[in-house]
Design a protein around this ligand. Structure first.
Ligand SMILES: Cc1ncc(COP(=O)(O)O)c(C=O)c1O
Length: 362
């Protein structure tokens, strides 16, 4: 475990485990042994710190980020790995920067194709043509693929062309849209002889036929399960983020007395309540429900009442702990997936928010 990332005025800390990142990447390779791995490190590597994660995941083949600025920051920091920008460029200036820095682009809409075709100044770049097979977010329609592909192939500003698509529901293995999307993409790719990519984490584990030549894991690299019914431990994933704080107070609260802002919770029995130095200002989910698990000195305790900006209350009635004891919000002792489920959220959001509270470019 590397040194924890804390700011001087915070008691809570976030630390990243590089061994877990490597372990999870190895697991991707076990699921998709014949594929290249495009590690998705957008949104500050899901809150884990983009630059640091890029170093620890040097064994990946390619990195994907969402925004041009993320790719520029990686190049600035000396990263020389193949980079793909999932949102692509928006204007000629960005395209020129991609070309100058050897950054590959996704093309997901016609205005990007037009810019590429008109541009005469840039050197050639690799293009990932994104096809919308049913998610209806980014991507050209299946019917436009032949035209776009032909134009890209004949464009002097373009080196290699790849095809990609993205699942809307891969985390739900029984969802019919998965098969429909895969069939649409297979129909498109059957006639075009280029390398293709479709699988995110859930599809890497659940839809082997979608692996093609390049897989694109995100959440599984960080040790969270993409499936709500299957735990990260069952999938042999290891958590890459450890989010901790300490117990700063312990007090009795009488039956019937309400706890926290809004007085939303009271118990029908006397309680011993612990106060933990962490809150939504540290990235802990504001909407964590009463009962959300919190780990203290070997025990799973329950969150009580509303989350404050810099503190939470937990039920210590049945445990023997003391002020100053270590508290784990999520990490090795407690899965972020369990906390997300109790907060009406997803691990992706919790990890991003905790990471955001601890600086942007760790
Ligand atoms: C285009 C694309 N590919 C791959 C991924 C990785 O997905 P996951 O984190 O579910 O593995 C994402 C993440 O949202 C994405 O937007």
């Amino acid at each position: 475990m590397i040194e924890s990332q804390s700011t001087p005025w915070r008691r809570a800390s976030v630390s990243i485990n590089p061994d877990a990142l490597s372990h999870n990447l190895n697991l991707v390779r076990e699921y998709a042994p014949n594929c290249q791995v495009m590690a998705v490190i957008k949104s500050n590597a899901y809150g884990h710190g983009m630059l640091e994660v890029a170093e620890h995941l040097a064994a990946a083949d390619i990195f994907a980020v969402a925004m041009p600025q993320e790719a520029f920051a990686l190049r600035d920091a000396g990263c020389d790995k193949p980079l793909v920008v999932l949102h692509g460029f928006n204007n000629t200036q960005e395209l020129d920067q991609f070309a100058a820095l050897n950054i590959s682009t996704v093309v997901h809409q016609r205005s990007q194709l037009d810019i590429l075709l008109k541009n005469e100044t840039s050197s050639a770049i690799d293009v990932w043509l994104k096809v919308d097979t049913g998610m209806h977010r980014l991507g050209i329609s299946v019917g436009e693929v032949d035209e776009f592909f032909g134009q890209l192939r004949n464009c002097e500003q373009v080196n290699d062309v790849y095809l990609m698509s993205h699942f809307a529901n891969a985390d739900d293995p029984n969802n019919k849209l998965n098969i429909n999307q895969l069939e649409s993409f297979l129909n498109v790719t059957n006639d075009i002889n280029v390398n293709c990519s479709m699988a995110n984490s859930a599809a890497i584990m659940g839809i082997p036929k979608s692996h093609f030549e390049i897989v694109r894991p995100g959440i599984m690299l960080y040790g969270s399960s993409p499936f709500s019914g299957t735990s990260a431990v069952e999938l042999k994933l290891q958590p890459a983020m450890q989010f901790e704080s300490i117990l700063i107070d312990i007090k009795p609260v009488k039956a019937g007395e309400a706890i926290g802002y809004g007085s939303t919770f009271s118990s029908d029995k006397d309680l011993t309540v612990g106060i933990v130095a962490v809150g939504y200002g540290d990235g802990y989910p504001r909407h964590a429900n009463n009962g959300t698990p919190v780990w203290v000195s070997g025990e799973r305790c329950a969150l009580l009442g509303r989350v404050s900006m810099d503190s939470i209350c937990i039920d210590l009635s049945d445990v023997d702990v003391k002020i100053g004891d270590r508290v784990v919000l999520w990490g090795n002792e407690l899965s972020v997936d369990d906390v997300a489920a109790a907060s009406n959220s997803i691990a992706y959001e919790l990890l991003c928010n905790a990471g955001a509270a601890y600086g942007s470019n760790r």
